[in-house]
Design a protein around this ligand. Structure first.
Ligand code: SF4
Length: 361
């Protein structure tokens, strides 16, 4: 077996070197996609894509200075600020998302970290959305271990906290919190038993080495993030990255394929930037191993292709939205419900519910 065959073998590892990731990323495009597709098929249904809806529950005026983000209070992008939404409003949005076929509902708040009184409101949102039979995900900034524990107790399924880029390029993008702060939050989330959703953004002016560096950080965590969003920068005028040159889309596809190969069991999420891609590029991303998208609603504050366009593309490609996997507790609760209904039916079968006209005295 050649070294490249070994690297492309889909073995789950947490000790990737930069040179290995570079070798995978730079192999001929067709070889890269073929290897990624083989690994994808070993771990997932290749014709299913998980769909989530993302709602911004608190928009703008964020104290952080992420150079790509229109929600940062450091830049003037003309974005209107909104306070934390009421629980009822969020529940209505979640109901709509469920009706449109989403299986996961993600709620994002532009905070450095949540205040405890705001966290209590978010916890109520999580409880009510979960009761509707949707998976829940939140992104609220940095979390202490205690806060992560509270969210886990409320039944939160996923916490999103992106690394954004490599440790080396990070200071060019954010100065108000460190890379280690991010890793600490991810550790707190993992320790609380919540699934981790963590990835990054490419096209921010980084070097290709920074892309390998980002993937290396993600793939060498004690456990691979269950969900890995790969975003293509949406350059928003008014942010420091508003004028950055557009990324070559083949690089984006290479990034997806490399993530699929080195994190074979993770959902690779085709995330921000999709509205700038034509259908052919999106189809290649699915072929390269992307198997999760945001569907409908707005992608926080940047446009997301309408759900209708996604379902048309899914039909043309023969892709099905993935159905939700139920937890052991949910399966048991459903079985108990069915048993109770059956018992009720048996009892009611014995009692005449209506006057029987055939019974003549
Ligand atoms: S990315 Fe998140 S933390 Fe950074 S400025 Fe935007 S909302 Fe704030």
């Amino acid at each position: 077996m050649s070294n490249l065959d070994y690297l492309n073998s889909g073995k789950v590892r947490n000790d990737w070197s930069l040179a290995e990731i570079e070798a995978i990323y730079n192999q001929p495009f067709n070889d890269l996609l073929f290897a990624a597709q083989l690994i994808h098929r070993q771990n997932f249904n290749p014709n299913e894509v998980q769909t989530s809806t993302l709602l911004s529950i608190k928009t703008g005026a964020c104290p952080e200075d992420c150079a790509y983000c229109p929600q940062s209070g450091h830049y003037n992008t003309g974005l209107s600020k909104e306070k934390l939404m009421a629980v009822q409003k969020v529940v209505e949005k979640a109901q709509q998302a469920k009706k449109n076929g989403a299986t996961r509902f993600c709620m994002g708040a532009a905070w450095r970290s949540p205040r405890d009184k705001d966290l209590d409101v978010v916890i109520e949102m999580v409880r009510q959305v979960k009761d509707m039979g949707l998976e829940t995900c939140v992104t609220l900034g940095m979390l202490t271990d205690e806060q992560a524990g509270k969210l886990a107790e409320a039944g939160l399924d996923y916490y999103n906290h992106n690394l954004d880029t490599s440790p080396e390029y990070y200071e060019q993008i954010i100065t108000t919190r460190s890379y280690d702060n991010r890793l600490d939050t991810l550790q707190n989330v993992r320790d609380a038993g919540i699934n981790v959703c963590s990835g990054g953004i490419i096209g921010m002016g980084e070097k290709v080495n920074d892309r390998y560096g980002l993937l290396m950080q993600l793939a060498n965590m004690p456990e691979h993030p269950q969900s890995v969003p790969i975003n293509m920068l949406v350059a928003v005028p008014g942010t420091p990255l508003g004028e950055v040159e557009k990324l070559d889309e083949f690089d984006f596809i290479r990034m997806i394929a490399t993530a699929r190969i080195i994190m074979p069991n993770s959902y690779v999420r085709l995330s921000a930037g999709r509205e700038d891609m034509n259908e052919q590029t999106q189809a290649l991303c699915y072929f390269a191993g992307a198997n999760s998208i945001f569907y409908g609603e707005k992608l926080l504050t940047t446009a997301n292709p309408e759900a209708e366009a996604d379902s048309v593309l899914f039909k043309r490609l023969g892709i099905q939205p993935e159905q939700r996997h139920h937890s052991k507790e949910e399966v048991e609760a459903e079985a108990a419900d069915m048993a109770a209904q059956a018992a009720e039916q048996t009892t009611s079968d014995k009692k005449p519910l209506f006057y029987d006209a055939t019974e003549v005295n």
